[in-house]
Design a protein around this ligand. Structure first.
Ligand code: BTN
Length: 257
């Protein structure tokens, strides 16, 4: 049915989990094969980036994690989240006709609200990557009233954006297929293809953005992303800096897509 060689070839589905990333990490340590996918109907301890919680109620979203073991230079790992964004947005476009906006490094938005988030957790043994877990959370069929108050202004779902109750199983298959395609491109070092598709979906280029970094907030013109998926930001001083971690802040920006 799925027809993938790698991603989701082994798919373990659970009714309720703490976090699918946690389970995937445990299985990866026990030598689960590359592409093994853990799907949760509900997560009670869904995790987001920066120690945030990820709201994962039952029967409304797609919450899953994939074990990957890429043999690549560590510099290229930043491209994994970009390829995951491309895969999800390609699948959503082809299934629902909805164009999502890519927000660096790993969010997908519609009308400036978050539809999908990606959490990558890596495991190293003597400075060599042993595996990584790619966790993807997609808000699919929630209605506005389903989101907790703190997310009401910032989150949305595919159903809210399209007005259609989405077949989650069909969408999952489309995402896993797109993920396989993008990941094989990555393994074949076709990085340009991934970068071009990611750039195509990003509406922030040549715009002034604010980025929260470990060292504080920086503001500048988004010039590009480089071949490693890092953000190139031109500061008011005309100097260009390259960021590999950070968060684009959306406040005070005009609405996008
Ligand atoms: C973020 O935007 O902060 C990342 C959110 C990632 C959520 C997904 S849902 C499936 C997987 N399991 C988790 O606990 N988190 C990720």
């Amino acid at each position: 049915m799925l027809g993938n060689k790698l991603i989701g070839r082994t798919l373990l589905a659970f009714n309720k989990l703490g976090s699918s990333n946690e389970v995937a990490k445990r299985l990866a340590k026990k030598q689960a094969s590359e592409g093994t996918t853990i799907l949760a109907e509900q997560q009670t301890g869904g995790r987001g980036r920066q120690q945030k919680k990820w709201f994962s109620p039952p029967s409304t979203g797609l919450w899953f994690s994939v074990i990957l073991k890429p043999q690549c230079h560590l510099d290229r790992l930043g491209l994994i989240s970009l390829l995951a964004c491309v895969a999800v947005s390609d699948a959503v476009k082809s299934e629902l006709g909805l164009r999502l906006a890519h927000k660096w490094p790993n969010d997908l938005l519609s009308h400036s609200r978050k539809v999908c988030g990606i959490l990558i957790e890596t495991e190293f043994t003597s400075q060599k990557l042993s595996h990584l877990v790619l966790g993807i959370g997609i808000n699919v069929n929630q209605m506005a009233a389903d989101f907790p108050e703190e997310l009401m202004d910032t989150a949305t779902s595919l159903r809210m954006e399209t007005g259609v109750l989405v077949d989650r199983r069909r969408l999952l298959i489309a995402v896993l297929r797109a993920l396989e395609k993008c990941y094989l491109n990555f393994l074949q070092r076709r990085f340009d293809l991934i970068l071009r598709k990611w750039r195509d979906g990003c509406p922030f280029f040549q715009r002034t953005i604010s980025v929260a970094t470990d060292g504080g907030r920086v503001e500048g013109l988004l010039e590009d992303i480089d071949e490693f998926g890092r953000l190139c930001l031109r500061l008011p001083s005309e100097r260009t800096i390259v960021l590999s971690v950070g968060d684009i802040l959306l406040r005070n920006m005009e609405a996008i897509r």
